[in-house]
Ligand binder design. Structure first.
Ligand SMILES: [Zn+2]
Ligand SMILES: [Zn+2]
Length: 382
């Protein structure tokens, strides 16, 4: 038997400054408490918010920081009060790992509005230690914030549902936009946009992808099954499409004008902002009610089950970290698929023991879309 620290040591890929470089970082996890689930991480999605946090774009990053909030893993140990999970279960963890449990939002099962909610990483847990996310070998998470992955669902498919998926599903559900026959717009075709097209199509909606250029037309129409493609700079087509949409899910994670998209909405149409944007946004047109993206942890179970039943298959790229060769192949595939705006999933089978430097391009093109991974101690060589 080793010490508690030895037993709970884990290793993650941490940002140690805003450079965008992730490197191995060893830290300790708390012992499995009565309400806790100890999880071996198998897959973790990369969300654009991870990139914002790694690079301190939001001005609130604390280092070292192990990102990752689309976590899928296997239960290795459960606390004495845990009844919903058992060893061997496949489970997921999203953006939250704690809340006060007593306030009005907590009692209404909308913990995302709790003033004392605890984020999966870059936050401080009740024991005073930093929370660390899913780019790691393992996590210890309160059972309230763990969801079961249904039998038969591919685990790598489940990971993006835990943030990108619920980011789309939750507002459609909250704003009464789940019925078939609606006409929806998806603005931006990155990870969340990709998910938006698939979920909206699965709900029976007529889906228009709106993008700043023609580059993603084939991806939208042929690969994802969108019904229409609209280039936002094409004034004639934008004018023709005015007053045609019941909702738009705006996934653009950077400041942009809203008026062109508000004009596409029908009366009482809804523009749903899901991108994390670090500067104030402005708009002049008060003709619609602006909704905001909701993360509903307790709706994830229902949502995950539904996702399994509708058999939506996500287009993802999985990177397995087992050997240098595989890393390089994965890098090549990642660079290739980057241009198709794929979702990326990291498979934490093992950490390579040798030095490597890899550039992993993430699913959102832009200044924040590049991360570097390097071995501890060789930062100067990058
Ligand atoms: Zn996210
Ligand atoms: Zn609360």
């Amino acid at each position: 038997m080793g010490s508690l620290d030895t037993e709970r040591a884990t290793i993650g890929w941490a940002a140690k400054d805003p450079s965008g470089i992730l490197s191995p970082y060893t830290y300790t996890l708390r012992n499995t408490g009565a309400e806790d689930v100890y999880i071996k991480v198998l897959y973790c999605g990369i969300c654009h918010t991870d990139i914002h946090q790694i690079k301190n774009d939001l001005g609130m990053s604390n280092y070292p920081m192990v990102p990752g909030h689309e976590v899928v893993g296997e239960v290795k140990e459960v606390g004495s009060e845990v009844s919903n999970f058992k060893v061997g279960d496949k489970v997921g963890v999203g953006v939250l790992v704690g809340c006060c449990r007593n306030c009005r939002p907590c009692e209404a099962d909308v913990e995302q509005y709790c003033n004392k909610k605890i984020w999966s990483y870059n936050d401080v847990y009740t024991d005073g230690k930093p929370t660390q996310g899913g780019f790691a070998e393992s996590m210890v998470v309160d059972q309230k914030f763990v969801v079961k992955i249904p039998d038969g669902m591919a685990l790598e498919q489940a990971a993006p549902l835990l943030c990108a998926g619920v980011t789309v599903f939750s507002p459609l559900s909250h704003f009464g936009l789940k019925q078939s026959g609606l006409r929806g717009g998806i603005l931006g075709l990155g990870g969340v946009g990709h998910m938006g097209v698939l979920i909206a199509k699965a709900m029976g909606h007529h889906v228009t992808v709106i993008s700043s250029s023609d580059k993603k037309r084939v991806e939208a129409m042929e690969h994802l099954g969108a019904d229409q493609y609209l280039v936002s700079s094409d004034a004639t087509r934008m004018q023709e499409a005015a007053d045609s949409l019941d909702y738009i899910i705006d996934t653009v994670p950077a400041n942009h004008p809203l008026e062109p998209y508000l004009s596409l909405l029908k009366l009482d149409g809804k523009l749903i902002l899901t991108g994390v944007i670090n500067t104030p946004m402005q708009f002049l047109t008060p003709m619609v009610m602006l909704g905001k993206s909701l993360y509903l942890p307790l709706s994830i179970n229902d949502y995950i089950s539904r996702s399994n039943s509708i058999k939506t298959t996500l287009r993802i790229e999985t990177i397995q970290r087992t050997s240098m060769l595989l890393v390089m192949v994965a890098l090549f595939l990642t660079l290739f698929f980057f241009f198709l705006s794929q979702l990326l999933i990291f498979y934490f089978l093992s950490f390579p023991e040798f030095f490597f430097v890899g550039a992993i391009l993430c699913r959102e093109k832009g200044n924040h879309g590049e991360l570097h991974w390097e071995h501890e101690g060789d930062k100067g060589n990058a």
